[in-house]
Design a protein. Structure first.
Lengths: 215, 916
């Protein structure tokens, strides 16, 4: 195995032999390029959600407060299952903690614990998605039922797509851990970036739940 | 505990592993990928609609949306954008430092996925200029329709499609990616990095532009989107299939833009060379960091607005349908929340380019460096708070008007800080009016006009009167054409030598500028009046009273068309055949000028060290960076400011081999650089220019850092002009031997010593040496075969033209073509006449600044050509014949005699009889 030295927090590169050095990031900085990329990407994602929240609040602003949620075609107000979704929210929030636990196990050198933690996280994430899809099935209104339906489905659908992407990222990380024996206590930038994304998806859901379901 | 693979860094070799798979492999894959993508895109909606029993199965716009998206993904996968990541995802062993797709070794490497930021930069630039032509054709069609009142070429619907396509192509496929392309090439070198932070992501950003761009440009075929580039609802919801292509393409191009911006951000944050603090970053880097932030945080809003429009179109959602509680005005809010910052996305990088160019060509430090940097950031932040000034008449909440008016007017303050800083930079500078500088100065002129009309439009009452009139069209073209496009041209000319390794043609560059500058102003300025008189924009027809001015405007665009054609011709020719560019033709201080033109595969042999600010022109001892030279040329450190300058003063002797040999010898002694000052008066100017080009080409080829200019006036004026501008340590004066030299008779040595107070080295050049073609590479050895054509105006003009394009050394061979015996009186008369003609021609060429030599030989043209090639090493031969003498057989004979040397045949008119 190549000798290693610490060139930046969270990332280690093997020292090379002689000769010119091919491009490397993290020359003297204390954040790795991969994490920085994920932070900017999340910034971009925040704005994408913001544009849909803007649409939601325009639709909501156009209606007097006590008329919200508006009436559907049958003349009844739209109803959202706050309790069930609240439980589902807890499931998603729990998955953030299990993922953090998994990363912590890696820092202690416990690769088995890392794998278990990631599997639990993915199961919780998948459970959340399935409950959401089940909710869609039983809501009784569609995206074309007034702007309320459109913005509701757009926001929750956009978030659902992000959960799906987050699951894919976790799956890829899991493949890297098991098949390529990737990541260590000192080098885990892709894993850390992926888990940051997962936490972001969680936080967005909590905000979405509060604004759209509770308020 | 095991750690391996990804942290491992391959030992670096100069000849890194290069992927060998041919172009046909990649493009076959791309074709197959696209087809598979189309099939998958057809299957997905069909499958879901079938399984869930939705009626009808066929909903065209839904299918088109999915098909266009999956076809794009298929193309990208096929061309190879995802190869590395697929290996990573599947758990294979990969190396982060995989450079197998890095660098261009032949033209083929530009037509496949490449991870070298320099290759990607050139891919971007060529692509965006293709789309510039497309957008320009749309513009000319718009003007053709508007040339007279009534319906000319197209009906109203198609007209709407034309101006929508024009704007969309110019904004999304020219201006925004052109800045990304220029920065891609220059920015990593400027900050001392070997590449971008994420080279594979960089390649993906570029390749997404291809399908996205083609969708936008091709949409007129299926019924163009005609809701304007702003795609306002409900027009956009009702539009034809072209509108679907627009929505999808904007998502693709926007994604590409966001990925490129993230890449720039991380590159700038993490990959600056040691010593490059934020206050030592060139202003282009500041501008790109700020722009990238705008793209990252702004572009998702246009994505959101287009998603909602798409959903309304294909899923029957109610975002913009008032009946269902939707809000049409909401579209405009969300759209402009991106698209006003987008105005600065299209402007800030241009500001950066202008700051670079003004400092370099004024030979002064940038005035107010920090003010320029801060004002860039201020514009970006304020830019997010002004969006509703586009909507004063839209019916939005009226209380928003005044705050939006105020924030908009406040943006004029940081913009004004910029303009005054630029004026402060050129104030009292030594302006060098080269093409990039002309564009920069022209930019300040036109951009200020556009900026002022912008403040005008920002005030609510004026906007209510002028909105949707031609005043707005005039305003936007003054800021986008007179602003963004001018800066792109400025940047292209400025970095052309660095990017291609060759010099563009200065004369044609300036012609391009003046045609465009004048054409732009006479086209767009009258539109202010049209707007005041109430001519509405975006309408195919108009009132009779606007006819004269519209006809004038349409005709005026011809100037810009001609200018653009000249630009393309200049770029194409210079890229292929222009003279070799030196490392630093403009004497820039930033890092890209401290490496070769074009830079090596990984830019720097060793990481450079930054030690000072980037624009400290004229400050004794100031230096920006230290770059370490490759081992082949000594391995020592190279710094721009540590080099010592020798001023070379020479007139007719400037291209002589004696002088050039002396300079080559001297350059080996230390880090010397040579500044030529060639004095010339009046008509001699062009000749001096040609001689100087020969000298600079030879020295550039020999790796000598040389530069110079022709100065109007005598030698002392020339010396004084250079000494004023830059510190000179020695002077080298080349003259003819005493007795033959006019300069020596006038005590030039003493006068030069008094003028400079420096040591003078005199180089004595024999007269025959001064006129002979300089040996060595860098100059094309041109054989000229002519007999009767000698002495004609056409011959001289043809050779001078070629010398303007490329430094030449001419060898003139005159075949006598004697048929009878050679010793008769007739024969010797013919010979004498020929020798006389040849001598006069050579004399004329030398006077015109083209080094020339020659001889008269017995024999025919083929023999003469053979002599030119074998005895004088001609690399190209031109055969001149008189008109009406039918030289075809001769041409064939010459071609056969010296194949494979290229033979050009030029027919000239006979000389006018003497005395006429």
């Amino acid at each position: 195995m190549a000798t290693t030295d610490l060139t930046s927090v969270g990332e280690v590169r093997a020292t090379s032999g002689d000769g010119a050095i091919p491009p490397t990031i993290d020359r003297t900085r204390n954040i790795s390029g991969g994490m920085l990329m994920m932070i900017f990407f999340i910034g971009s994602e925040v704005m994408l959600f913001a544009s849909f929240f803007a649409a939601y609040f325009f639709a909501r602003y156009n209606i007097a407060d006590n008329d919200w949620p508006p009436l559907n075609q049958a003349g009844e107000p739209f109803k959202l299952p706050v309790l069930l979704t609240g439980v589902n929210t807890a499931v998603l929030v729990a998955s953030s903690f299990t993922l953090h636990w998994a990363e912590h196990r890696l820092k202690l050198g416990d690769r088995k614990g890392l794998q278990v933690g990631m599997i639990v996280t993915m199961l919780l994430g998948a459970a959340f998605l399935i409950v959401q899809l089940n909710e869609y099935w039983h809501l009784g209104f569609t995206p074309s039922d007034t702007a309320f339906g459109s913005t509701f489905y757009a926001l929750t659908g956009l978030h659902g797509a992000h959960v799906a992407v987050g699951l894919l990222i976790l799956l890829v990380m899991y493949i890297r851990i098991t098949r390529a024996n990737d990541f260590s206590a000192k080098f885990a930038t892709p894993l850390a970036a992926g888990s940051l994304y997962w936490h972001f998806v969680d936080v967005v859901w909590v905000i979405l739940f509060l604004l759209v379901y509770v308020l | 505990m095991a750690t391996f693979a990804p942290t491992h860094q391959e030992p670096h070799h100069h000849h890194h592993e290069v992927d060998k798979r041919p172009l046909s492999y990649w493009w076959t894959r791309a074709f197959v990928g696209t087809i598979v993508g189309i099939a998958v895109g057809f299957f997905i909606p069909w499958f879901f609609r079938f399984v869930f029993g939705m009626e009808p199965l066929w909903v065209p716009e839904l299918y088109y949306t999915v098909i266009l998206s999956t076809a794009t993904l298929g193309f990208l996968a096929g061309i190879g954008c995802f190869d590395y990541w697929m290996k990573y995802i599947l758990g294979h062993r990969v190396s982060y430092e995989d450079h197998s797709m890095h660098g261009a070794y032949s033209w083929r490497d530009y037509f496949k996925v490449n991870t070298d930021h320099k290759v990607i930069g050139i891919q971007y630039m060529v692509t965006v200029f293709f789309f510039f032509i497309v957008g320009g054709v749309f513009a000319e069609l718009v003007r053709a329709e508007l040339s007279t009142p009534g319906q000319q070429l197209v009906d109203g619907e198609d007209y709407n499609g034309l101006f929508s396509s024009h704007a969309t192509v110019m904004i999304f496929l020219f201006v925004i990616p052109a800045f990304a392309g220029l920065a891609n090439y220059i920015l990593p070198i400027m900050i001392g990095a070997k590449d971008m932070a994420f080279p594979r992501l960089n390649a993906l950003s570029f390749w997404m532009l291809i399908p996205g761009g083609l969708l936008l440009a091709a949409s007129p075929i299926v019924g163009s989107y005609s809701a304007g580039w702003t795609a306002y609802t409900p027009l956009a919801v009702q539009g034809s299939t072209g509108q679907t292509m627009f929505e999808v393409a904007v998502q693709i191009v926007g994604t590409s833009s966001i990925m490129a911006a993230i890449n720039f951000m991380v590159t700038i944050f993490t990959m600056r060379a040691p010593g490059m603090t934020v206050w030592r970053m060139p202003l282009l880097v500041w501008a790109n960091a700020t722009t990238s932030a705008l793209v990252i945080f702004g572009t998702p809003f246009i994505a959101g607005s287009q998603f909602m429009t798409l959903f309304d179109r294909i899923m029957n959602t109610q975002f913009f349908n008032p009946v269902g509680g939707g809000d049409v005005i909401m579209y405009q809010h969300v759209f402009w929340f991106y698209s006003h910052p987008a105005v600065y996305i299209m402007m800030l990088p241009g500001f950066g380019i202008i700051s670079e160019i003004l400092a370099t060509f004024s030979r002064k430090p940038v005035f107010g460096y920090r003010a320029l940097a801060f004002s860039t950031v201020a514009i970006a932040i304020l830019g997010f708070g002004v969006w509703a000034h586009h909507m004063f008449v839209s019916g939005m909440a009226s209380w928003l008007r005044i705050p939006m008016m105020l924030t908009t007017i406040v943006i004029a303050i940081p913009t004004g800080v910029k303009v005054f800083s630029w004026l402060g930079t050129i104030w009292d500078g030594k302006l060098h009016l080269k093409t990039p500088m002309l564009w920069a100065l022209g930019f300040i002129f036109t951009f200020v006009i556009g900026g002022l009309s912008g403040v005008y439009l920002a005030t609510v009452p004026i906007d209510i009167a002028l909105t949707d009139t031609y005043f707005v069209v005039a305003h936007i073209h003054y800021v986008f054409f007179g602003g963004s496009v001018f800066t792109i041209f400025a940047g292209v000319y400025y970095w052309f030598p660095k990017m291609t390794g060759r010099m563009y043609n200065e004369t044609w560059g300036q012609v391009h500028f003046w045609l465009t500058f004048v054409g732009m102003n006479v086209t767009f300025f009258p539109m202010h009046w049209l707007g005041f008189q109430g001519m509405p924009r975006r309408v195919a027809d108009y009132d009779e009273r606007f006819a004269a001015m519209n006809e004038f405007i349409t005709m005026s665009t011809a100037l810009m068309v001609v200018g653009t054609l000249i630009f393309f011709a200049n770029m194409a020719y210079s890229w292929a055949k222009g003279p070799k560019a030196p490392w630093n033709p403009w004497r820039g201080r930033t890092l890209e000028w401290l490496v070769s033109s074009p830079p090596s595969t990984f830019n720097f042999e060793a990481t450079p060290q930054v030690v000072g600010g980037p624009y400290q022109y004229g400050i004794e001892g100031a230096r920006h960076a230290v770059v370490f030279a490759p081992e082949e040329i000594g391995g020592g450190e190279l710094t721009e400011t540590e080099r010592r300058t020798i001023l070379v003063v020479a007139s007719e002797t400037v291209s002589s081999s004696t002088l050039l040999d002396e300079i080559r010898r001297k350059s080996k002694e230390g880090p010397w650089r040579f500044t030529f000052a060639v004095p010339a008066k009046g008509r001699d100017h062009r000749s001096a220019e040609r001689r100087l080009q020969v000298a600079l080409a030879v020295l550039a080829e020999a790796g000598v850092d040389a530069n110079g200019s022709v100065v109007d006036g005598g030698p002392i004026e020339a010396i004084e002009k250079v000494v004023e501008e830059e510190p000179v340590q020695e002077v080298m004066l080349a003259t003819y031997p005493s007795g033959q030299s006019g300069w020596m008779e006038n005590d030039m040595l003493d006068r030069a010593r008094k003028a400079t107070g420096l040591g003078i080295t005199r180089v004595v050049v024999r007269r025959d040496d001064a006129v002979a073609p300089a040996p060595g590479s860098g100059v094309v050895a041109l054989g000229v075969v002519a007999n009767d054509a000698l002495g004609t105006d056409g011959l001289g003009a043809a050779i001078r033209n070629r010398a303007d394009q490329q430094p030449l050394g001419v060898t003139l061979i005159c075949p006598l073509n004697l048929t009878g015996p050679g010793w008769t009186d007739d024969a010797s008369k013919v010979r004498d006449e020929a020798v006389d003609r040849a001598q006069r021609t050579i004399g004329d060429l030398v006077d015109a600044g083209v080094p020339a030599q020659g001889e008269v030989i017995d024999g025919d043209e083929a023999a003469a050509a053979r002599v030119a090639v074998t005895a004088y090493g001609a690399e190209r031969v031109i055969l001149f014949t008189l008109r009406g003498e039918g030289g075809e057989a001769t041409v064939e004979a010459v071609r056969a005699a010296i194949a494979p040397v290229e033979v050009e045949h030029v027919v000239v008119d006979a000389a006018a009889p003497a005395g006429s």
